[in-house]
Design a protein around this ligand. Sequence first.
Ligand code: ADQ
Length: 455
Amino acid sequence: MSDGRLVVVSNRIPTDAQPSGGLVVALHEALESRGGVWIGSSGEIAEAPGPLHEIPHDSYTKLAYDLTEAEHKGFYLGHANSVIWPLFHHRADLIDVDEENRWKYMSVNARVAKLVAEVLEPDDVLWIHDYHFLPLAFELRKLGVRNRIGFFLHITFPNPSDIAALPDRKQLGTWISSCDLVGLQTKRDVSACLEWLRSDTDAEFTLRGRMKLDDRLFEVRSFPIGIDVDSFARAAEAADITIADLPVDQKLVLGVDRLDYSKGLPNRFEAFGKYLSQRQPDAPRATMLQIAPPSREDVEAYRDIRAELESMAGSVNGEHAEIDWTPIRYLRRPIPREILAGLYRRADLCLVTPLADGMNLVAKEFVAAQDGNNPGVLILSHFAGAAEQLDEALMVNPYDIAGMAKAIDQALAMSLHERHARWLSMMRVIRETDISWWTDSYLRALRGQPELQEA
Ligand code: ADQ
């Protein structure tokens, strides 16, 4: 077992003392309790590639690098978000392959590897995060780094047919096998990864479930990411729920997402419109509040969704609105966490209906925020990683619009007894696999990997 420092690498390092947002909060807490080093991009653009600079912080060390304009364009907007993200979300139709961007992706990984190697001490354990850094462990091994290296992929692992469209397909196996532990969100992701390794690379199974490729041993396991359940529940209880500003007899249907084509928002709007067309005249009015701040607006595939949603909301409202009722309200602003927690608690129903999603923390936050005496209902897509754990949600296929409309109707009419039983079961799961469980079990598994590789 190695007792060295924990060194974390992720795409962005939070510059504020108390960060918010799923992954960032998780890593912040892991480092707060253990100490260590966090390396990531500052979000600033520099004239030329430079060294790491320290961002003052009390309980652990934050080291940031600045990307140049060309690196930001080629590495982040280009290869990571215009090739890897769409492919890993089964959208080969949206990829924009560009040799120069791909080269920048590799060169930023090589540059960050050098910066990380300078910081590493022999006993340190390195934990790399997400699709921006698929080749980072490989670049570090090229530099002679022998430390324990873990990688966690926050998004879905693609199917072999998606990987076939990846320009880096031949290298992917070598990148993965440069790590000691590859963490994925779900068992489904692990099966997809193992199936691909078996069918498309020379990887072999060895004893104790480990794989061997290019003379390196590594393990692929699922670690479903969790949330800080108690802090979310407390925030929801303390929140001022008058913020929703709806008549008390009106049902609140909530959607909270980054504006992204993987989140299935047009399908959701269409299903809500269908529900409204079919609802009984005496059913209570339901307002859908969709909060979806734009993200990655400089990537072409993201530009059209915003206009598409606005037009869909306009047409549903045009058909169903009354003087004192707007059925779809669409907010593009990010909402502070305390307000979000209160909205979750006020909502009768939360729609989490992605077409593909590594986990989806909104599903877990919604469950944590409920009032146990009168909990709301979660409608969850089969395609969210969270569906593997939250099987007491009302499960839907987001491509089946009629099925989703029916589920909305069922949810809004569900008895308190059934809502309560479903909520209790989901609450038990998110408590058992909360954020501390995630970091502890991942790091225990990483530190427990055998010290020496065979080669
Ligand atoms: P994301 O795709 O960003 O994350 P998600 O898991 O839903 O998706 O996390 C979003 C976080 O941002 C949540 O904590 C949520 O509360 C917050 N958020 C979303 N919309 C917001 C809004 N309008 N205002 C304020 N906050 C908002 C990636 C993967 C996921 C995986 C996570 C973590 O794509 O599948 O669950 O990483 O591993």
